[in-house]
Design a protein around this ligand. Structure first.
Ligand code: MIC
Ligand code: SF4
Length: 638
């Protein structure tokens, strides 16, 4: 057995471990963050269970921290008190980005983690099976329910060799993205192995597993080995360590070999993480902003790399360099060893330990200029600037370019290779993580006016007539469907208010048109809903009356979210997509009956007088959920 299958089989509750079959696994730990967590907590509360049933649940505040109005601050109070009431650990704002802190302080080799954030597989670096999901799925896991998923294929990426000068873990995952694309990981778990992993530390491995989300993969995982042990020892958690290795004769569904020696510094050009090129191909382009941070590259080692390049240098006068450390642990350590002083004297702007610029919470770049980011996503407009030109790269490339003011191959300015070895001992201070009180039930939940109850849909209608409200192309992201950023993100706990921004960057008339029709359809291309786990990209369209999404194919988490909120995801062939136009009136004469009894759904384009049949691909359980009008109704019914 390979390591991924060992993790699944030790948690298997239902189904057969055959790729493509639906399985259920038990969940040991959950992670929520404030942008998805308020909804997840409201959903958990609605289940009427006195205390979480997981081994560990942690609620982080890291996304919504600008506090430009009362909304974020109110949400923080709500999250703190509801965590106390239901037995959840609470990581206070300022303590760090969920994935970074979770890896440092809570990851456990051999265990499962379900997180309401798509980069949850970050913890796969420590030998966990860590999966991102919608808030409602995570709320159910907190209630002790199993998590259902389609058994993925296991792909072995075998690394050989070691990183050359100027190359780091970020370049390895960019090489994987260059080869596989943003949909290459759909329905797969990527397991890393080979001689080349021996030298990769856990934070370096986390850079790789984190960005497996950009491949669309269900998860990414490394074995738990001597490197893992060294990390746990340095975090003072040796007793949490456990070995997890593939058997020597382990089999995989697919194998890819990557020679790390041959990788050169890489960069993802605008506006997709798989638009990867050698830095050499774009070098010399002027840069006006550089951001170092986000959950993929904000570890102590990442910050040390930046500090080493910046030491005795100055940030170019045309560049704004922002640094957001991933955790208080990392920030404190670079403070104690003096590296922060090097960063500050170079002219960097030091931000909070949060997601910050990664999700458009400040630091939007100037119009028409290039921003270089060590982040994981460069979807159009995500930085907050319309028409942005965001490039994704390693901290080495980012820091080098901040000094020169143009995209720079780090090998051109490095005098010698920079490699930061794992500290013998990390500085440990968990004082900003509040454990649940001894008598959780007694805590009063504080609710500000921004916290509105979530909407619930009724059971599926027997037949349906609806208009195509919007037709969009391939690779539509959840950032397109439900944008984030400083203006919209604070509305995450208020569905009526946030629904006014659905598709606001694509077509601002969408909410009004959807509402006026009563029932609507979205027509999408390939990989519809890629990117984040935000269930708001399903919940808010549901609130506006969207009943069906017809697309050429779907991203995993978003498809699950649509089903969770009673919206039917219908996959069609490209010719059907081509022939249906925006505004077409579509009729589903036997919708509920066909969901119940048939593998296919019939629908007619009334405007053109054409009838189609499409496979819905729903499992028996998903059919029940759709018929009930969503997962919450289904669970309540049980
Ligand atoms: C993201 O990186 O897009 C986010 C913001 O972290 C999302 C979660 C969210 O939308 O709240 C994610 O990756 O799931
Ligand atoms: Fe936060 Fe960005 Fe990571 Fe999402 S990808 S969790 S917004 S740092």
């Amino acid at each position: 057995m390979n390591a991924a299958r060992k993790l699944i089989s030790s948690h298997l509750e239902s189904g057969e471990m055959k790729a493509g079959e639906e399985i259920a696994i038990s969940i040991d730990q959950t992670l929520t963050q404030d942008a998805t967590g308020t909804m997840a907590c409201l959903e958990f509360e609605a289940m009427g269970i006195p205390k979480v049933k997981t081994k560990l649940s942690v609620s982080y505040v890291d996304h919504n921290t600008l506090q430009t109005g009362f909304e974020n601050a109110d949400d923080h109070r709500f999250l703190k008190t509801i965590a106390g009431k239901y037995g959840i650990y609470f990581s206070r704002p300022g303590n760090g980005i969920c994935h970074q802190v979770h890896l440092e302080r809570f990851s456990r080799p051999g265990q499962t983690l379900l997180g309401s954030d798509s980069h949850t597989p970050n913890a796969g670096a420590a030998g966990m099976l860590a999966i991102g999901a919608g808030g409602l799925s995570v709320a159910l896991a907190m209630a002790g329910e199993a998590f259902w998923l389609v058994m993925p294929e296991i792909v072995h990426i075998k690394l050989t060799g070691t990183c050359r000068r100027g190359v780091s873990a970020k370049d390895i995952i960019l090489e994987v993205l260059r080869r596989l694309s943003v949909k290459g990981g759909v329905g797969k778990i990527i397991e890393y192995g080979g001689e080349g992993i021996k030298n990769l530390t856990i934070p370096e491995r986390a850079t790789i597993t984190n960005m497996g989300a950009e491949l669309g993969a269900t998860s990414s995982v490394f074995p738990s080995d001597e490197q893992t042990l060294a990390f746990f020892r340095a975090q003072g958690r040796e007793s949490d360590w456990k070995e997890l290795k593939p058997d020597p004769d382990a089999e995989y569904d697919e194998e890819i070999i990557i020679d790390v020696d041959a990788i050169e510094p890489l960069i993802a050009a605008p506006s997709s993480p798989d638009n990867v090129k050698p830095v050499r191909d774009v070098e010399g382009k002027p840069v006006r902003q550089v951001c170092i941070g986000s959950c993929v590259n904000s570890s102590f080692a990442d910050l040390m790399i930046a500090a080493k390049i910046l030491k005795d240098n100055k940030v170019h006068l045309d560049v704004s360099l922002a640094i957001s450390p991933g955790s208080r642990q990392a920030l404190r350590m670079i403070t104690e060893n003096g590296a922060l002083a090097d960063i500050i004297s170079a002219g960097a702007r030091v931000l909070e330990c949060t997601c910050g610029p990664c999700i458009g919470m400040g630091q939007s770049p100037p119009t028409g200029t290039i921003t270089l980011r060590t982040f994981n996503r460069n979807f159009p407009g995500r930085s907050g600037t319309p028409g942005d030109q965001a490039y994704l790269c390693s901290p080495l490339t980012a820091a080098a370019s901040a000094i020169t003011g143009k995209i720079t191959d780090p090998r051109d300015i490095m005098k010698e290779p920079i490699r930061i070895s794992l500290p013998e001992k990390y500085t440990i201070d968990d004082s900003m993580i509040i454990p649940p009180p001894d008598e959780p039930g007694k805590v009063e939940i504080e609710r500000g006016p921004n916290i509105k109850p979530f909407p619930v849909k009724g059971a599926l209608e027997e037949s349906l007539k609806a208009r195509v409200i919007l037709k969009v192309g391939d690779n539509i992201t959840t950032d397109d469907i439900m944008p984030a950023g400083a203006k919209i993100l604070p509305l995450r706990s208020n569905i009526p208010a946030i629904s006014e921004y659905v598709f606001s960057k694509t077509d601002a008339t969408f909410p009004a048109r959807a509402r006026s029709r009563g029932s609507g359809i979205i027509l999408g291309g390939i990989n519809y809903g890629q990117g984040s786990s935000r269930e708001h990209a399903a919940l808010a369209p549901m609130y506006l009356g969207i009943k069906v999404v017809i697309a050429k194919s779907f991203a995993r988490i978003h498809r699950d979210n649509l089903i969770n909120f009673g919206i039917i995801p219908l996959s069609v062939f490209p010719d059907v997509y081509d022939s249906i136009e925006q505004d077409a009136e579509i009729e589903f004469p036997d919708l509920a009956e066909e969901v119940r009894e048939s593998p296919e759904i019939t629908f007619a384009d009334i405007s053109k007088g054409k009838t189609y049949r499409a496979e819905h691909g729903l499992t028996a359980r998903q059919k029940e959920i759709i018929l009930a009008g969503g997962l919450l109704n289904y669970v309540r019914g049980k």
